[in-house]
Design a protein around this ligand. Structure first.
Ligand SMILES: Cc1ncc(COP(=O)(O)O)c(C=O)c1O
Length: 397
């Protein structure tokens, strides 16, 4: 495997000149190819009209589905495009015909919006939501998934890479169990796609939700959903609209074949072309190559952070990813983020995973998420800047 040409990647990423961007789990920096694809289409819309520009660029727009299918190893008909990952995930969740007394198996470290959605479905439809514990390493306890399965379970919904603790959950193992039991499996892959190879056939899932703006480096306002072909045909969108049928078939109410029945008709096509360009760009770099680089950088960052007095790395799991979380003794994560922002370093804060080392539930951690265009030098700059906080930390402790 050829190593990444980091200098070239940085030259093709205008933001690298301005900031130390360690918030790739929030929204990454777009490469020039993505920016160009978006701007080109906006200019096209301005010059010829929005509908006319969509017709003019029809083959490029179709190409976005093919790119997404190549990325996830599926068929273009198994892809639906959305404005974000939550809408994609929700479309899948709401298509499952739950009945009173059914169960959803989920995790303890799911994204807050997913948790709220499960609670709402529970309230409205009388569905029981069962949270699977993590094992001692902090990853989902696969044995517990197997033990909790019974004929009331109508869906397993788990996150591949949670937002807040560096862990990569062993979802292919869960996929095997779900498949054997014939239970639909919905994966939130919002934080994993773009930093590692994610293959829906290997995982064996029925649905997989993706965000564009994070490790894929697409524009904000983009996301997608994979729906396995032989599952999609038997499912209806919660609220069908013209996008679910197309204009020709809407009077008859005939749903589109495959995943596209979950889409809405109106969309930001410039952003979607940006998503397509981002996927092509990531695939040109190579997902395995990206994973090797981000794993190396994240490991290096964890080691360096441990050298900074007062800093504790909070990550969990057997396989750890590009998300690195930490706390600084005696200093609120928000104050750490603000201090770093003043030095031109972008990080974010996230709600701590539970159980997390010495961090009470409801507390936050600082999240530094690396991408392949980051450098070791930037990571040392982060650590130096944290070390400046130390006298304050020592007083506060
Ligand atoms: C694990 C995970 N799932 C889902 C989401 C929601 O994604 P979006 O904001 O694109 O709806 C996030 C956002 O940070 C996330 O980290």
């Amino acid at each position: 495997m050829e190593p990444i040409d980091v200098d070239a990647a940085r030259r093709e990423t205008p933001g690298c000149d301005r900031v130390v961007h360690l918030n790739n789990a929030g929204a990454s920096l777009m490469p020039t190819a993505v920016i160009d694809a978006v701007v080109r289409h906006i200019e096209q819309e301005a010059a010829m009209g929005g509908y006319e520009a969509a017709d003019y660029e029809a083959s490029q727009l179709t190409g976005v589905y093919s790119s997404a299918a190549r990325l996830l190893n599926c068929h273009p008909d198994e892809i639906a495009l959305f404005e974000n990952s939550t809408l994609a995930w929700r479309a899948a969740m709401l298509s499952v015909p739950f009945e009173r007394g059914d169960k959803i198996l989920t995790g303890r470290n799911e994204y807050s919006s997913n948790v709220m959605a499960c609670q709402e479905i529970s309230r409205r439809a009388g569905v029981e939501v069962v949270a699977i514990d993590n094992d001692e390493s902090g990853q989902i306890d696969v044995g517990e998934v197997e033990r909790r399965l019974d004929d009331r379970v109508k869906l397993i919904a788990l996150t591949h890479v949670p937002t807040n603790c560096g862990v990569v959950n062993p979802i292919a193992e869960v996929g095997r169990i779900a498949h054997e039991a014939g239970v639909p499996f919905l994966v939130d892959a919002c934080q994993s796609v773009g930093q590692m190879d994610v293959d829906v056939r290997e995982i064996g899932c029925d649905f997989l939700a993706v965000a564009g703006r994070k490790f894929l480096r697409a524009p904000r306002g983009t996301g997608l959903l994979y729906v396995r072909a032989d599952r999609a045909g038997g499912l209806r969108p919660f609220m069908p609209e013209i996008g679910s049928t197309g204009w020709d078939a809407h009077r008859a109410g005939k749903l589109k074949v495959g995943a596209r029945r979950f889409e809405t008709w109106e969309a930001g096509w410039a952003l979607r072309l940006g998503l397509g360009a981002a996927i092509d760009y990531a695939m040109d770099v190579g997902l395995d190559t990206i994973w090797a680089r981000v794993s190396e950088l994240a490991t290096y960052l964890r080691e360096q952070l441990k050298q900074v007095p007062g800093v504790a790395v909070e990550d969990a799991g057997v396989v750890k990813c590009a998300i690195v979380t930490f706390t600084v003794a005696g200093i609120e994560p928000k104050a750490v983020k603000d201090h770093l922002a003043a030095a031109g370093i972008n990080v974010d804060i996230a709600q701590a995973a539970r159980p997390c080392r010495d961090v009470a539930s409801g507390d936050c951690v600082v999240r530094a998420s690396v991408h392949y265009f980051n450098t070791e030098r930037e990571l040392l700059t982060l650590c130096d800047s944290l070390a400046e906080l130390l006298p304050t930390a020592a007083v506060a402790v």
